[in-house]
Write a protein that binds this ligand. Structure first.
Ligand code: SAM
Length: 350
């Protein structure tokens, strides 16, 4: 859908981004954010659009030229990772436009936890946004009905983002310390913020076999919402992601988003349990595809040092998914450190 906008009164919007706050992306920040905004624009903006990183008076923006940012378009773009403010450009002047953020809880839900191997919150937002944009029902991201699964959720960055967005979410991780740490964090956080909630925990058993622990949470932003049943549901399954049979219903999730193991050691937790990430994905994908609805999408960040984009694309296609875009085009590629050359791949079911 992107392409040159004709000079027929196309409006020009500047999305202020703050690369200084995004040390993790380093020099890739403006182009990476422009790529994310392009995905959202393709899904939410009608008609011709043009998206590119620009500098105005030495400040970085992503410029969006479009006939109209009405309907849900402005709302979708306002929630792109790294967007701090939105302006409409009127000649030499910038008119502030109210950005409509989905975020319904205080931002410390995403920022307060610090631990080795934590996925950067901004990358998590990018991943969820571009994966939702690749589904056949992207509007579900904005209306609160997108069902999210992070099948290797660690201590819950994706879970916290989904809660922030008002969505229901399921997380899976085989490292029992991660579930314990997340449970302690979330209970404390919900209590401190006086959110009406319930938490239940128990063991996971199928066919008499103990397969780990689980936690089920119901929470709402206000007591009234909770009473009226406008609450959110979060489930954390502390078990092996390659065996989701009997635990997650088929065709029940819209997006599977995950930051895959990097094949490097992160202190005492994180990747230590993973075998070769490609082998792990090979055994996990049949289950992930089964729980995905037709028209849903899988989005993964991964380390190019452990898998080439073509290898991942081939793997996803062999499991019946259609890769969105050119996996080797580098638009989301960025260097995290000497051992992590990170990229993102997205694929759709059906
Ligand atoms: C890169 S970390 C994800 C970090 C997470 N996004 C966060 O911010 O906390 C990858 C995760 O994959 C998990 N993992 C590895 N093998 C797994 C398996 N077979 N089943 C479930 N989780 C697994 C690891 O325990 C680790 O937490």
């Amino acid at each position: 859908m992107s392409g040159p906008t004709e000079e027929r009164g196309a409006a020009e919007f500047l999305l202020l981004i703050a690369p200084s706050a995004n040390r993790v992306y380093a020099d890739a920040a403006p182009s990476l954010m422009a790529a994310e905004i392009r995905c959202l624009a393709d899904a939410f903006v009608d008609g011709e659009i043009e998206v590119e990183p620009v500098r105005v008076a030495d400040v970085e923006y992503v410029r969006v030229r479009a006939g109209d940012l009405g309907g849900s378009a402005l709302r979708a773009l306002s929630n792109a990772s790294g967007v701090h403010a939105v302006y409409e450009r009127l000649g030499d002047l910038l008119r502030p436009v109210r950005a409509e953020r989905l975020d319904r809880y205080p931002s410390d839900l995403l920022t307060i936890q610090k631990y080795p191997g934590k996925t950067n919150e901004q990358l998590t937002r990018l991943l969820l946004n571009v994966t939702a944009a690749a589904t056949t029902r992207p509007e579900r991201l904005l209306d609160g009905t997108l069902a999210v699964l992070d099948p290797m959720c660690g201590r819950g960055t994706t879970l916290n983002l989904a809660l922030t967005y008002g969505l229901d979410v399921t997380g899976v991780d085989v490292d029992k310390h991660d579930l314990e740490a997340y449970e302690t964090f979330l209970k404390t956080w919900m209590r401190q913020h006086r959110l009406k909630h319930t938490v239940s925990t128990g063991s996971i058993r199928t066919g008499g076999e103990h397969r780990g622990r689980r936690m089920d949470v119901e929470v709402a932003p206000t007591k009234e919402d909770f009473k009226a049943g406008r609450s959110q549901h979060l489930t954390y399954l502390g078990t092996d992601t390659t065996r989701l049979d009997g635990l997650v219903r088929g065709a029940s999730v819209d997006v599977v988003v995950t930051d895959t193991p990097y094949g490097v050691q992160h202190g005492s937790h994180g990747d230590r349990i993973a075998r070769n990430p490609l082998e792990l994905l090979e055994s996990a994908l049949p289950g992930w595809v089964r729980v995905l609805r037709t028209g849903g999408a899988v989005g993964m960040s991964y380390n190019r040092h452990v898998a080439a984009p073509e290898q991942l694309a081939d793997l996803l296609e062999r499991h019946g998914l259609t890769v969105v875009g050119d996996p080797a085009d580098d638009r989301f590629r960025h260097r995290v450190d000497a051992s992590i050359d990170r990229d993102v791949v997205v694929a759709r079911k059906g």
